[in-house]
Design a protein. Structure first.
Length: 773
């Protein structure tokens, strides 16, 4: 369940926000008098921009589930530091309450569907930088997720406003030196932490430095244009706020950490003089001032050490600016640092009142008792019930102990695509929602039976829509072993489940219960994703291929056996244009635009068709390929020449469908999964003789069985029949035989998926007009 909810007006909390269209300012409070809640507008205690709350009292244009803050006019309000410099004019900031601990947090909403590739990369950069940083003087990053077709970044809320606002409110009343140093050493520690992680802030300024409620703790934010340094020690892009740009940037020279130290000097000068060190009416004049290094001296009320520190930080020569470690070692800063560690950070203990008692949960029902339900609600007993309309579609499953196809509950929706994992069963509806089918918990609807109860022959499944998917339209889903990947209509990939082997693509091995955006792919528009047991392939609109997860046997196609926890671009032969990707247990396959196929990974038993096989011959030892670390074309006849329209890879065998509708199988035939008469040991592909005269359009492979779909919608299975893998009786298990579905009307198969010993099949009525995807 989503851990964020809207902050309600009844909480009587005032927060800064954006001015509404009518220019209202104030706070929303609950009226203590009267039996019903009344809202009234109170004059604000300080200049605040108005809150857009969920109450209709403010007008329909303000109705929302969150407190909105328009990024266009947040340059001076208290949370502007959390806005990315490069996209602040395109986003919305929400003040929310976290359910887990009732803590106020900021959620930055970035509409990725309206962003260019560079803007997506800037948003991705901010997420990456915030994840790396963990310091009390840096805005804390919590998580990101996709909602309302926008990237939502959840981060810490700093209610005290910006340091720029704090300075402006001082008017001409200078700060005492202890207060200046108290703020300065915190900024110093935060910047040192940032530089330790080889990150340049590149936009350090008082508007990006935030204060806590007591205005004692400072936190730096806005990492939208930060630069993570890898092998290079300097970055060349000129970004930042002009008043804080260093002289070397004005000359077009590359910069490193010393440019951030220049900006730190500008901040220290601003704390001491309550004005910027460099200001001018236009940009050329500003550049001249910065290049000359001329600025008004700070007041002589401050110590000579403080004035000397400002001069050293604002040295025109970068090499003469002291490094952060030297600044922290200066006697001027040591005392402030000691005070910071001894006086700041103490936690005020809050006593938690224990409840007087708890009401025990009422049981749902007991043996032999009557329980109410939808059956007895709304329709009086004895009256005829209205006719049930035919389903828009049906989804069947078999295997894993189910010997016959079992219809899954549908939640009154049409499922257009399905995917099966080791334990997951998932589907995508016509409206773009992700539906999951799960086995009920033990003891509920098919779990442990009560003593004396009859054996339950028909297992039950529970269907549910994926939670937290508001505003997100899913168009494709793929399941692996204990993890799932889904693709939105905006070309964004989200993953959740087990993070083992790095198959979630987030750069870690952490498990995730909610779909989370694969940030490394935000700069690309993806069109398809496929999951193996522990690896993933993803394809972009520009036919760029990415892979991540376990790399044993070369299944990622990267030329090595290394595993990767984040997406890596896969080289594809330039003359081949990837059109569709397929993942097996330990291998991968690509269908290209001309109808050819490329494969990589384990080729045991020639299950990928990579052996060089001539017609009517077996490949010699020198023609056999046991594994391929990079994608290479299929070399077995006729797979190397026939245009292919559908392929799938099982555990030890594969199947392919040609444009003419013929089905070929290749690999191991230990359990008859190739559909031939003998358990032969040939490495050459074979035509499935039992399907001659039948045009095949789709094929799927399980661990030791094969499923084929004909153009007429008939379902054929063959191979190992144990535990219901074939969805039919085991007679003639090694030959294609039709599977009988519980349907009285003609139907069309829309999607089929096999994983290990399970099959998932989606159908719709054949009379229904085809709707373009």
């Amino acid at each position: 369940m989503r851990r964020w909810r809207a902050f309600t007006p009844a909480a009587s909390v005032v927060g800064p926000g954006s001015a509404g269209p009518k220019g209202r300012h104030g706070e929303v409070r609950a009226d203590p008098g009267g039996g019903e809640r009344r809202l009234r507008l109170q004059p604000p205690p300080a200049p605040l921009l108005c809150i857009l709350c969920e109450s209709a009292w403010l007008g329909p244009e303000f109705q929302s589930h969150l407190w909105h803050y328009s990024c266009v006019i947040t340059a001076s309000h208290s949370i502007s530091g959390t806005l990315s410099f490069s996209i602040c004019k395109m986003g919305i900031v929400h003040l929310c309450l976290r359910k887990a601990d009732q803590k106020l947090v900021i959620i930055k909403q970035i509409p990725v569907e309206q962003m260019t590739k560079d803007e997506r990369l800037a948003a991705q950069n901010e997420c990456q930088v915030l994840k790396l940083l963990n310091h009390p003087n840096v805005i804390e990053y919590y998580e990101n997720f996709l909602e309302d077709k926008a990237l939502m970044i959840a981060m810490e809320y700093a209610p005290g406003g910006t340091l720029a606002d704090y300075i402006q409110k001082r008017c001409n009343s200078l700060l005492d030196e202890d207060t200046i140093l108290h703020f300065f050493v915190q900024i110093l520690l935060a910047l040192h932490h940032v530089h330790t992680h080889l990150i340049l802030h590149r936009d350090l300024k008082t508007q990006n430095i935030l204060l806590d409620k007591q205005r004692m703790i400072v936190k730096i934010g806005d990492f939208g244009i930060s630069k993570i340094l890898s092998s290079k020690s300097k970055a060349y892009t000129v970004v930042g706020t002009p008043c804080y740009i260093s002289p070397e940037l004005c000359e077009g020279k590359p910069y490193n950490q010393k440019s951030d130290i220049w900006a730190l000097g500008c901040v220290l000068y601003e704390l001491a003089s309550l004005k910027r060190a460099f200001e001018a009416a236009n940009l050329p004049a500003l550049v001249l001032k910065i290049m000359s290094g001329t600025f008004a001296p700070i007041s002589d009320r401050y110590s000579i050490e403080l004035r000397q520190l400002v001069l050293s930080l604002l040295s025109l020569e970068p090499s003469r600016r002291p490094p952060l470690s030297h600044i922290m070692a200066q006697p001027l800063c040591v005392r402030a640092l000691l005070n910071l560690y001894t006086d700041v950070g103490s936690v005020r203990m809050k006593r938690v009142e224990k409840p007087l008692g708890s009401v025990p949960a009422m049981p749902c029902g007991r043996a032999g008792g009557r329980t109410g339900g939808p059956r007895s609600r709304g329709v009086p007993q004895g009256l005829p019930r209205p006719a049930i309309p035919p389903p828009l579609s049906s989804v069947y499953t078999w295997g894993g102990g189910l010997s016959v196809p079992t219809r899954l509950p549908m939640l009154n929706t049409e499922v257009v695509q399905v995917s099966a994992g080791r334990t997951q069963k998932a589907g995508v509806t016509r409206s773009g929602r992700l539906i999951m089918w799960e086995a009920p918990p033990m003891g509920v609807g098919g779990g442990i039976l009560l003593p004396g109860a009859l054996e339950q022959h028909q297992p039950q499944f529970i269907s549910r829509f994926l939670e937290g998917q508001s505003g997100v339209t899913v168009k494709h889903v793929a399941c692996g072993d204990l993890f799932t990947a889904c693709l939105t209509d905006r070309g964004i990939i989200m993953t959740f489940g087990s993070g083992s082997n790095g198959c979630l693509g987030h750069g870690s091995f952490t498990d995730l219960s909610q779909p989370t955006i694969v940030e490394a792919l935000l700069g690309y528009e993806m069109v398809q994703v496929a999951c193996g047991a522990s690896h993933v392939l993803a394809l972009s609109t520009e036919r760029e291929l990415f892979a991540w997860g376990r790399g044993d046997g070369g299944r990622l196609g990267l030329g090595t056996r290394e595993s990767h926890s984040s997406p890596q671009q896969v080289p594809v032969p330039p003359e081949q244009e990837a059109q569709w990707v397929v993942c097996g247990i330990d291998s991968s396959m690509i269908l290209t635009v001309p109808g050819r196929a490329l494969a990589c990974g384990s080729n045991r038993f020639n299950k990928l068709g990579l052996d060089r096989v001539s017609p009517g011959e077996e490949p010699g030892p020198h023609d056999q390929v046991e594994e391929a670390l990079s994608f290479m074309p299929l070399g077995s006849v006729p797979l190397d020449s026939e245009p292919l329209v559908s392929v799938d890879v099982g555990t030890a065998h594969s199947a392919a469908v040609t444009a003419s509708g013929q089905c070929y199988t290749f690999g191991s035939n230990q359990h008859g999964q190739l559909g031939t008469s003998a358990r032969r040991g040939s490495r050459a592909p074979c035509l499935v003789a039992g399907l001659q005269g039948i045009k095949v359009v789709m094929v799927a492979c399980g661990d030791a069985f094969t499923v084929a779909i004909s153009a007429e919608g008939d379902v054929y299975t063959w191979g190992k029949g144990a535990r219901g893998r074939l969805g039919r009786k085991d007679e003639d298990a090694g030959f294609p035989r039709p599977v009988q579905l519980d349907e009285t009307q003609p139907y069309t198969v829309t999607s089929v998926s096999c994983c290990h010993g399970n099959t998932l099949l989606a159908i719709r009525p054949a009379t229904e007009e085809s709707i373009p995807p």
